[in-house]
Write a protein that binds this ligand. Structure first.
Ligand code: ADP
Ligand code: MG
Length: 262
């Protein structure tokens, strides 16, 4: 981790209003290559709205976005993808009955031969899928295995491996561990660690402080559309993050009324 490395992605004073609802009231973060930036916050804090702004789904009401120092505006998710911002949503866009390979390529399969005899190169598609999955620590039985037979964590990994293979510079993961058990969570965290070490900037959304601390380099807590800034690894403890997420005082009051049990 080095502060002299320029940010790949900067979100500056982002506001997002939905009519009278102010979902984001001026949120700034910077994402650096090879780092995992954790975005923490309770339900309704504005996490999904914030990453949808990064990924071109929403246009910010105010604020600016910079990629490698240059200001950008996205008209659509496609614009964001072309700029190297890949998003893995909780409800993965995958077709359970189709093979891992088909889900990995999703219509972008490699081709072989010379026009007009071009055809899909299934051997190459299968080989790349097996290799990319194994780089992420998952050894598929065979590439034709249906995605529906994989565990939740393995499906997340297919989506992550796909984004990495197709050249993501920034990988955004929206609550990838929230529906998983302990073992699968640790697999997904290990995957995040591998992606980060490959030089990609990861934005990891979670409301689990322990998951964040396991892989995070920077931590930004959102609370009702606002943030109190970003803490670096080693600068903040689990209980402090938890407190910020819950809005500090409210949690202390609740804890007192329950006899200090939380
Ligand atoms: N499309 C929308 N229209 C109106 N309000 C929205 C919309 N999307 C989100 N919100 C509101 O913005 C706030 C933040 O929501 P969200 O970003 O989904 O939070 P989180 O992902 O942290 O749970 C909530 O009050 C939510 O109701
Ligand atoms: Mg959300």
């Amino acid at each position: 981790m080095s502060t002299s490395t320029p940010a790949i992605l900067e979100m500056v004073e982002i506001e997002k209003h939905f009519g009278a609802v102010i979902a984001l009231a001026g949120v700034s973060i910077a994402v650096y290559p090879g780092e995992c930036h954790c975005l923490l916050g309770d339900n309704g804090a504005g996490k999904s709205t914030f990453i949808k702004t990064m990924s071109g789904v929403h246009k910010p009401t105010k604020g600016k976005m910079l990629i490698s120092g240059k200001e950008v505006t996205f008209q659509s998710p496609r614009d964001a993808m072309e700029a190297g911002i890949a998003t893995v949503y909780q409800d993965l866009a995958m077709i359970p009955l189709m093979s891992v390979t088909r889900n990995f390529w999703m219509g972008r399969e490699p081709r072989k031969g010379i026009w007009p005899f071009k055809s899909l190169d299934f051997d190459k598609a299968n080989a790349v899928t097996m290799t990319e999955m194994s780089k992420m620590g998952i050894n598929l039985r065979e590439p034709n295995q249906a995605v529906g037979t994989l565990s939740g964590g393995e499906r997340q990994t297919v989506a992550i491996a796909r984004a990495v293979y197709f050249g993501a510079k920034v990988l955004i993961l929206d609550e990838p561990t929230s529906a998983l058990g302990v073992r699968q969570t640790s697999n997904v965290l290990a995957t995040i660690d591998k992606v980060r070490k490959s030089g990609i900037g990861v934005v990891f959304i979670t409301h689990n402080v322990r998951h964040a601390l396991a892989v995070g380099d920077r931590f930004t807590v959102l609370n009702r559309g606002r943030t109190l800034g970003t803490a670096l690894k080693g600068e903040i403890r689990a209980d402090e993050l938890q407190d910020l997420m819950a809005g500090g005082r409210e949690l202390a009051d609740l804890s007192a009324s329950l006899g200090g049990t939380i």
